[in-house]
Design a protein around this ligand. Sequence first.
Ligand SMILES: Cc1ncc(COP(=O)(O)O)c(C=O)c1O
Length: 408
Amino acid sequence: MIKDIVKNLKPSSTLRINEISQALELEGKKVFKFGFGQSPFQVPDEVVDELKNNAYQNKYLPMQGLPKLRNVIAKHITNIKKYNYKDNNVIIGPGTKELMFLLNILFDGDILLPVPSWVSYEPQAILGRNKIHWIVTKRENNWFPTGEEIEKIILKGRGKKYLLFLNSPNNPSGQICDNLKEISLIAKKYDILILSDEIYSELSFEKNFKSIANYYPEKTIISTGLSKWCGAGGWRLGYFVMSESLNQLRDSLKVLASETFSSVSAPIQYAAIAAYNNDHSEYINNSKNILKAVGEYVYNNLKSNNIIINKPQGGFYLMPEFVNKNFSSSDEMCSDILKKTGVALLPGSDFGFSKNKMIVRLSFTDFDGHTFMKSVLDTENIDDNLISKFAPNIVDGVNKLKKWSESS
Ligand SMILES: Cc1ncc(COP(=O)(O)O)c(C=O)c1O
């Protein structure tokens, strides 16, 4: 009674990793939670207060989202992007994941996915019955596609419509795309629609995050929300912002929204106004300071002759490759690491890499962000002593992983 298209979706390796983790914990063993990635920080107090103040809001809201919230989001995005977005260019959803799923349902064409890509892009494209083209990328290009690599695929299927997913800062690689202009020129040339997944953009370690929307606003959908920078993944609020030339697409999304989730929870939308109206630069800078320091600690202490990694540039992740290991799959390697060291990681095969590539995603969020942030508010240089004190699991897990990489 279940459709083949759903039955055939392979369960994510996360489930296997979780099962082994639980078994280890039941045996009383320590598990380092480097597999799952979510913000280690708390939602800012005044945003939580706004949620409390608005708990009484019990009416359905407009399916496109609360006008005042769309207005503050349009202003916020306009400030960063310098393109004049209006409230009508914004659509609010219960997390960007749901909006991306609806985009896959309405889009009539082929999907371009760079390797690596976030775990949900592929299954969502399959459920939308869209053909997927994987674009193999290179470490030296920060794991992002070049214009030429995109064009090569387009030239094989001329006349088709394409939707490219671009995610910078990237989950899983932790890298930022630095060839946006080149990609935008190819996108313009072939009229490619771009989903620019910017959910980690506020957590870019360097200033001046650039979006492909700066070069190609006409066919770029900016996708972001509260989940990462505001520590509010469980609140489920995300949004798309797009220019007038995508009004038809926006209207179709509205129809799908009205037939599925109706509108996002009203108290959450009211609270989100405070998230965008108030200045949270201090909170964001403190979060970034800690994430950068912890990410660089992991990078500096893991990279070796046995492990190649690119230095993290934003978000929660980095992507080590074990060059002297030879398991039948990266999944198998992750199981071995977990059993022998207690370090949980996700295999690169979940992100589109060939299973023979001994590459993994490491999430460096296994620490109590609230205590860490409170304790280092005036500290510019977060050194190894502070990391040992406030992120002991990171230090111990990295040591164990390094030792494992040196074993034969
Ligand atoms: C790259 C990427 N895009 C999108 C999402 C989904 O975010 P949301 O909470 O807005 O659905 C995540 C969350 O894990 C992510 O890592």
